[in-house]
Design a protein around this ligand. Structure first.
Ligand code: ADP
Length: 192
C-alpha cells in the first residue's frame, strides 16, 4: 500500500492533482479541507467546532484533525494507496500519521510531492477559485493571506528532518495541470 503526500501552500493545485491520481490509479483521496467543509455543510458537531477556524483561515487544532484522519485511514486499510491532500500540516500531524501507519502495519510515507509556486500567482488563484466556488475562505483577501502566513509559519518546516530528504520530490506548481500530472504519474510508476 502506497502513501502519497501532496504538500504545498493553499491554492497550489494539490486537490486538482489528487483527483486526477485517484482516477488514474484507484487510490483513496483524503482531503482534510473537503472533510471539514462537508461537516460544516451538514452542520455536524464537528462542523460546528471547526467552522470558526476555517472562516478565520486558521489551522484546526491537531487533536481534532488527527482523530478525524485516523478514522478515515482505518476505514481504508485494504486500499492499494492513499493520497493525503492538506495533511499533515503540523509536526504533530506528521508524528500522528507515522504512528498510525505503524500501528496498523500498512506501510510508511513513500513520497512527498512538494508543490512550489510564486506567492502572487497563489493569491490570484485563490481569489479566482473563491469567485467560482463560493468558498468563504477563498473570497476574502485577509483570510487568504492569513492561510498563506500560517503555511509559512507552521507548515512549511514540518519535513525538515533529515530522513525526509529521500522521499521529497519537488513539483513545479506553476506548470499546466497536465504537465504536473504527467510528472507525478511518472514518479509514482517507479513504485510499481
Ligand atoms: P487550502 O489548502 O486551499 O487552504 P484546504 O481545503 O486544504 O484548503 O483547507 C481549508 C482549511 O481547513 C484550512 O485553512 C484550515 O482551516 C483547515 N485545515 C485543512 N487541513 C488541515 C490540517 N491538516 N490541520 C489543520 N487545519 C486544517
Amino acid at each position: 500500500m502506497i502513501h502519497i503526500v501532496l504538500f504545498g501552500p493553499p491554492g497550489c493545485g494539490k486537490g486538482t492533482q489528487a483527483i486526477i491520481l485517484k482516477k488514474k490509479f484507484g487510490f483513496v483521496h483524503l482531503s482534510t479541507g473537503v472533510m471539514f467543509r462537508h461537516h460544516i455543510k451538514c452542520k455536524t458537531n464537528l462542523g460546528k467546532i471547526v467552522h470558526y477556524y476555517l472562516n478565520q483561515g486558521l489551522l484546526v487544532p491537531d487533536h481534532i484533525t488527527t482523530n478525524m484522519l485516523n478514522v478515515e485511514i482505518k476505514k481504508n486499510i485494504s486500499s492499494n494507496g492513499i493520497i493525503y491532500d492538506g495533511y499533515p500540516r503540523t509536526k504533530n500531524q506528521v508524528f500522528s500519521l507515522e504512528k498510525i501507519l505503524k500501528e496498523e502495519s500498512i506501510g510508511k510515507i513513500d513520497v512527498i510531492f512538494n508543490f512550489s509556486i510564486e506567492k502572487n500567482l497563489l493569491i490570484n488563484r485563490l481569489l479566482n477559485r473563491g469567485r467560482k466556488s463560493y468558498r468563504d475562505d477563498d473570497t476574502d483577501i485577509i483570510t487568504v493571506q492569513r492561510r498563506i502566513e500560517e503555511y509559512k509559519r507552521v507548515t512549511a518546516c514540518i519535513w525538515n528532518e533529515e530522513k525526509w530528504k529521500n522521499v521529497f520530490v519537488k513539483v513545479n506548481a506553476s506548470s499546466s495541470i497536465e504537465d504536473i500530472s504527467l510528472f507525478i504519474e511518472g514518479q509514482i510508476l517507479k513504485f510499481f
